[in-house]
Design a protein around this ligand. Sequence first.
Ligand SMILES: [Zn+2]
Length: 753
Amino acid sequence: MFALTAAVSAAPAQPAAVPTPASILGWEPGTDRKLPSWKQVTDYFAALDAASPHVQVRTLGRTTLGRPFIVAFISDSANLANLEHFRGIQQQLLDPRKRGSATRESLLSDGRNIVLITSSIHSTEVGGFLSPLVIADRLVRSDTPEAREILKETIIMLVPSQNPDGVDIVGDWYRSTIGTPAEGTPPPEIYHRYTGHDNNRDWYAFTQVEQRMVLDSLYAPWTPAIVNDIHQQGANGGRIFIPPYMDPVEPNIDPVLTISTNALGMAMGWRMIAEGKTGIATNASYDQWSPARQYSLNHHGVRILTETASARLASPIEVPFAQLGTARGYDARVSSWNFPARWPGGTWGIGDIVAYQASASWAMLASVARDRRQWLESYMTVADRAMAADHPWTSSAVPSAYVIPRDQKDPQAVQRLVWTLQHGQVEVYESVPAGSYVVPTLQPFGSYAKALLERQQYPNLSEYPGGPPKRPYDVTAHTLPLLFGVQVDAVTGAAPAMGGLTPAVAEPRFTVAGLSGKSPKRIAIYRSYGASMDEGWTRWLFDVNRIPYRTVLDADMRAGNLKSRFDVIILPDQSPSQLRRGLGAPYPDSLRGGLGEAGAASLKAFVEAGGTLITFNDASEYAVDVLELPVRNVLTGVPSTAFYAPGSLMAVTLDRAHPIASRMTAPVPAAWFEDSPTFEITDATRAVAVASYAATGDPLLSGWLLGGSRLNGRAALVDVTLGKGHAILFGFRPQYRGQSMNTQPLIWGAILR
Ligand SMILES: [Zn+2]
């Protein structure tokens, strides 16, 4: 609380009055089989705020399911009393245009390191529920010279959970299963209402309220120079990953940020190994490609991802040394330059996870506090380089600007594109004469705008010369004009004439003609207990467009008689085996079995009776199989050396006379292809291709594709007649992570067919 902080700032801290985490939780953080509720976490931070002059807690808003979303500002009380002053310095460091009369020297001597620590965005990574409490406690109560130096030199924004809803979704499930065979299993639902694990892939699209709160209240006003994101990985590799990342790097990121991320990660590992920690891996597993996961590296901040080995939620496991295996970039049984200290194996539990996470964050804070001036200089240098005339590090030519004509076929898509850029701190200007938006690349985050507006050329990486392709950590394309279906023109040479800055555009209120508000079709979306993120994204799409639907579970599907209840059933992207079998042991019987034989028979009867079954991506293979459709996936059994497309945008040709395609407006129709099926129609009297790949040429628009000729002449979207009904098979993800809105009209066309 601000007044209290100011009043006591002259007096020394009173450690006895500051609560420990255990005094609020009733147990020490890191105790086996103990996870906090979100209320306990917020109670702790509220108590800390009330008792410590070094802590100021703010509620940024409400989560998707209505929980308070909080941040704790932690710093020396003198810094906390002058946050706006330090934010002003940060803004001047960030943008040479705002420096006015301030000298470089005065900014460097007066500024503070602005550090954002975010935790537990992934809710099965449960150490992240507790480590923020341990870090805060150590900062506030330890009163060592090092702790005082961190508080003096640093303003820390600590977000104890980026997904508070998931703290309770996973925590409640875990507590209900302790002592049962299902103890330690993930919950039978996604742990964010709409996104599940994809919630950390939303850092340029900003579809979810949790991302927007962090963006609008922390990233945009503060633009932190250092970000620490706390995660967990699998159990059988290293004990913790710390940057440097693996290749590739996104080519628009300033190499000063890459090398300083590397340096800070190495400093952290150095200290942790000296402390006696082992199993520390660098240059492994995680790459530096997609802006979807790394907002800060695209906004002048280093990004320290830590990934600590998991247990079974808060239940300990035994990991014998012989069970340790190879990860990408090292072998956990062999010492190497990027894995210098082997972990001997043994018991691993929540206490170890919390200890590693807290140790890593402390090592980071101590390092940046000691070198505060160097970090500020680096931040200022990156800012100056962004505003220089050329960016020699990029691998593609830098246009002077991108122009977005206002008058396009889909005004919602244009509005969404401008809103998305502006939300990512990109300056958008009016054209002269009026009629277009202009995005100059010469602006603080011009490189970020370029990354999102250009087409990606993902490097051809292989595991070894002549070997299979090296799997990217995530997907390979992020071209917003293709995803959204908007015409954007790159301008080379002199920048076009520009008028004033475009005021912040409103987020479009999405509307689908004939479906929003009231649907003539009774729509069902299938939800598996083997939680599918795509099912969540499908519901998100329907909710933002206000299209009514019902969720159907295994029991509904197996019970049959579906046609009496629904006109349209959607199977979101999920593997055929998961759809067929669902969960098994050790889950309770009521959650097991998937669609099974009965569900498959019900679906077939539904279509034959006149229903429309719509399947996305891998679920299409399930439909081909159980409905015995006259369609074959030509990529079945093809090795990755012969064909590979792990998340790319492909050009498709539409049959515009077909009712399913009639609503498409994208200037360049682009299908989101992610390990997708591709179809050959084996009986043309019963099936037609609505979208196809061209007969010749490379179908790749953005990302990475090997063996593209295998797609030539094949179908990407098929409408199959079965009995009185239809099965409409998407060989791509038409609503990928809420982003591929250019192909969403195909979903509406399929529903209204
Ligand atoms: Zn994670």
